[in-house]
Design a protein around this ligand. Sequence first.
Ligand code: NAP
Length: 338
Amino acid sequence: MARVLVTGSTGFIASHTILRLLEAGHEVRGTARSAERAAALNATLSRYAGRDIAIDIVAADLTGDDGWAEAMDGIDYLQHLASPLPANLPKDHDTLIRPAREGALRALRAAKAAGVRRAVMTSSMAAIAYGWGDRRPAVLDESHWSNPDNLADNTAYTRSKTLAERAAWEYVEGEGAGLELACINPVVVLGPAMSGDVSASLQVVVQPMQGKLPAYPKLTFGVVDVRDVADAHVAAMTDPEAPGRRFLLGESVLTFSEIGDVLREAYPARKLPKGELPNWLVRALSLLNPTLKQIVPELGKTRAFDNSRARALLGRDLVPAREAILESARTLVDLGEL
Ligand code: NAP
């Protein structure tokens, strides 16, 4: 079995990936911005898995060189998941682009120097589906790339993921030749939360459950279960066909209102919002609300995708979006977060 380094080990997808790696018999080391988070992470993993887990954590920040060589020492495979994913997007795009892009290169350079065989990097649908303007393909797949220069159809986050993934491929095709690379490109990741400190993506469930929305903005979300995303990371690490490939991970596309309906049906005692808000109203409200302002460019847009490569990698169908949505809600309710 192999020794695997998981960067951003405290994160939502990383925690599930760590458990899948351990279940497959691999030895796991993690990085976190602070090694002091090791005890809390191991407690969370142990509680969720129902057995004692104690992985080593090395402190390494995407924005600095300290710790990367130590973290990579003796490692066979790199799982690079760390990248900023804030709930509120910064005005200055470099706040996200710099850690995402430079951090990916830092991790890959350290991996190459340590003789790591293969890196699996968590990219995103953000690196596939944005910046197309009116020319967006009706069905997106791994052959498509976002255009980060079209600022009208991008956010700081989508640009950070596109530029980081592009830099990673350029690195392994040049200076880093010999280091194998596969990228995982998920849509919005839902599914079981292990703690209340979860990814910004779970806001898609948290917001309706908190009942703070009057009704749903006309948004659509591709949804995938975190357990499928974790399995894909593990499969892409050893599958002989994976190097040089991207894997778009998404089960299906739902409107925000459809996600709300799934939750309303499961939690009838809660007063969950119903119906859709007209676009003009969201635009008007966004003048006073910075969170709404972020979503205005997304109103009415749908990004359909082909997930056949992901299904082939996993050798099965993906977990239904409905189950991913309900598992997010159930676990957050059980944790007392909702
Ligand atoms: P998450 O729970 O917020 O995890 C992000 C991780 O990145 C955290 O461990 C965070 O560490 C780490 N990180 C952020 N800035 C860092 C820095 N400067 N130095 C070191 N580590 C840093 O989010 P997630 O959903 O699991 O995301 C994991 C990966 O999946 C990211 O690459 C994200 O872009 C990608 N992704 C997520 C989704 C989704 O819907 N969730 C979809 C597509 C792709 P701290 O704990 O110290 O903050």
